[in-house]
Design a binder for this molecule. Structure first.
Ligand code: NAD
Ligand code: TYD
Length: 376
């Protein structure tokens, strides 16, 4: 029996984690703590909201007294911490919010768990604080092979082209070199989590995952934004030359890794999560256009003219590529969904869930929120 707080459960990845845990562990209690920022959407959890082992608590992770009381009241045994500000472009405009939520919010979660668990006779026994982080904390890798070379490593998730765009990969022992306010705030939160292990003996785990794609991602991020824009024949703003490389993993494979690591990961360890699936932005954009056009019965590629090159993102990291061999070797994790299948499934999902997308993009989302909770 476990009582687990999942923070940020109304967001993109968090909603997949909550769904997986609620369905897989009817004997657990899963408490979704989310303050519903613009990125938090309870419509992401409609299918499980009435399950008896699920509870939603609208709370800000920075609100230490509320979080501490909740831990006591619910006798929380584990925390899976995903709540964060997550969009790099927003962090460039408003770094303070990122420091507040990602750094101070994480500290508030850690301190609440520490005080509660240390007050128990068994203290940290059977407890776990699992912090979800990003590969962006490692900085950027070189792009030494712009045309791509045969990747030395592949998984079931790797794309058919099997390309790597450089020799180096992010491994767990790399020095942190964050460049954006977002990655700097995530790096700082990772350090706090490890400090709570080293200083107080808290059983912590940190994982660093590559870019996720899949259903329920907020349409400010590349893949859902571009699917939406292609459908509505709106311009596709490609930053710089579109040559930056990202390593994409299907969100349910990330959620499965989180479940495995929460239960079987070794305390104080770091695990990188990724499927060895590197893509240049411009190549992924062409794939999105071709697939959306095909699924909508348009001539494949007819929407290539929507591509609009715009000013590059400030400090735009060139290449991310995760080495996840430790997780595969130590815990036997293997992603399940091959990229070309996953992207087609994702595009179909967005095209079939127009109401979800329209609700967010039309302003209905804000109206509903204000009726329920008042202004954000
Ligand atoms: P998201 O922006 O879709 O969701 C974030 C959620 O956190 C939202 O529901 C929001 O309401 C909630 N939240 C934000 N501030 C809060 C606060 N102060 N108190 C309570 N709730 C708050 O983010 P995501 O893409 O699902 O990312 C989730 C986590 O995974 C983040 O920690 C992110 O850094 C990490 N991550 C994301 C990716 C990715 O590709 N999206 C990759 C690796 C790691
Ligand atoms: P994004 O989805 O914001 O994820 P991240 O910045 O965390 O990797 O962006 C993915 C890539 O796509 C990144 O290199 C920036 C680029 N991008 C664009 O070219 N245009 C856009 O409108 C967006 C949102 C992103």
């Amino acid at each position: 029996m476990q009582t687990i707080i999942v923070t940020g459960g109304a967001g993109f990845i968090g909603s997949h984690v909550v769904r997986l845990l609620v369905n897989k562990y009817p004997q657990y209690k899963i408490i979704n703590v989310d303050c519903l920022t613009y990125a938090g959407n309870l419509a992401n959890l409609k299918d499980i909201e009435d399950k008896p082992n699920y509870r939603f608590v609208k709370a800000n992770i920075c609100d230490f007294p509320t979080i501490y009381r909740l831990m006591q009241e619910e006798k929380v045994t584990g925390v899976i911490h995903l709540a964060a500000e997550s969009h790099v472009d927003r962090s460039i405009k408003d770094p303070f919010t990122f420091a507040q939520t990602n750094v101070m919010g994480t500290l508030s979660m850690l301190q609440a768990a520490k005080l509660y668990w240390e007050s128990l006779p068994e203290q940290y026994e059977g407890k776990r604080f699992y912090h979800i982080s990003t590969d962006e904390v490692y900085g950027a890798l070189e792009l030494t092979h712009p045309e791509g070379i045969e990747s030395p490593f592949t998984t079931k998730a790797s794309s058919a082209h099997h390309h790597a765009y450089g020799e180096r990969f992010f491994t767990e022992d790399l020095k942190y070199m964050p460049h954006s306010p977002y990655s700097a705030s995530k790096a700082s939160s990772d350090h706090f989590v490890r400090a709570f292990h080293d200083t107080y003996g808290m059983p912590t785990i940190v994982t660093n995952c590559s870019n996720n794609y899949g259903p329920y991602q907020f349409p400010e991020k590349l893949i859902p934004l571009f699917i939406h824009n292609i459908r509505h024949r709106k311009p596709l703003p490609v930053y710089g030359k579109g040559e930056n490389v990202r390593d994409w993993l299907y969100v349910e494979d990330h959620a499965r890794a989180i479940d495995l690591i929460f239960h079987e990961g070794k305390v104080a360890e770091t695990y990188n999560i990724g499927g060895f699936n590197e893509w240049k932005n411009i190549d992924i954009i062409h794939l999105l256009i071709e697939t959306v056009d095909r699924l909508l019965g348009r001539t494949p590629g007819e929407d290539n003219s929507l591509i609009t090159y715009v000013t590059d993102r400030a400090g735009h990291d060139l290449r991310y590529a995760i080495d996840s061999r430790k997780l595969q070797r130590d815990l036997g994790w293997e992603p399940s969904l091959q990229f070309e299948e996953g992207i087609e499934r994702t595009i179909r999902w967005y095209l079939d869930h127009q109401a979800w997308m329209d609700n967010i993009t039309s302003g209905e989302y804000e109206k509903y929120y204000e009726e329920m909770y008042g202004k954000r």
